[in-house]
Design a protein around this ligand. Structure first.
Ligand SMILES: Cc1cc2nc3c(=O)[nH]c(=O)nc-3n(C[C@H](O)[C@H](O)[C@H](O)COP(=O)(O)O)c2cc1C
Length: 185
């Protein structure tokens, strides 16, 4: 995929609009993992920050605690089955979700965590704060680097005129896709 740097990095929050379901990748340089996350959001423009909710029970959770790094990978609708698979199978039972769901690792530029090559965008993040919510944590990360498919993302954000279909989670096995842009006068 031909990705461009998102610059200035303050524009990277636009990658998380309009609220797509994402794949979070984690890793410690030796082992890595992926899981699906619906509850994510941009949190600050400069420095760029984002946030998501993670259950503490996930196999991925200790990676985030230990390395304080993660990547957000935004996948288009064609990868819905892979995303759903990564969100329903635990790394405890499947040590290589990448291979199982036909996803390829790409080295991160700022973090040791690999990013998903097939994703239309990748945000590399370092944990800034973790807010304890009991069985889950709100993880707030600073965006250190962001790359997006130059066909579908420009300085104004996502573009839907070249067939981009972003994926949104409605709950359970149900998703919807966004694919049309509307500008108000
Ligand atoms: C579509 C979808 C969205 C999900 N969203 C979240 C979420 O926002 N936060 C969360 O903690 N888990 C979420 N999950 C659950 C985890 O992705 C799932 O439990 C995953 O298997 C954990 O993987 P791991 O144990 O290998 O880390 C979601 C699952 C699916 C299928």
């Amino acid at each position: 995929m031909d990705k461009r740097e998102v610059a200035p990095l303050a524009n990277a929050y636009r990658l998380l609009n309009p609220g797509c379901v994402v794949l979070i990748s984690v890793g410690d340089g030796t082992r890595d993992n992926l899981f699906a996350v619906t509850w994510n959001m941009p949190a600050k423009k400069e420095p760029g920050m984002c946030a998501f909710l993670s259950s503490k029970g996930h196999h991925s959770y200790p990676f985030i605690v230990d390395t304080r790094e993660f990547a957000i990978n935004i996948v288009a609708a064609d990868l819905a089955p892979a995303l759903y698979g990564c969100g329903t199978v635990s790394g405890r039972d499947e040590p290589d979700k990448w291979q199982r769901f036909a996803l390829n690792r790409e080295a991160g530029t700022q973090i040791a965590v690999p990013v998903v090559a097939e994703a239309v965008a990748n945000l590399e993040c370092r944990v800034n704060q973790m807010v304890d919510l009991g069985s889950s944590s709100l993880i707030i990360g600073e965006i250190l680097a962001a790359r997006a498919d130059r066909q579908h993302f420009d300085d104004n954000g996502w573009r839907f005129d070249k067939g981009l279909r972003l994926l949104h989670h409605l709950g359970g096995k149900r998703f919807c896709v966004s694919g049309e842009e509307l500008t108000v006068r």
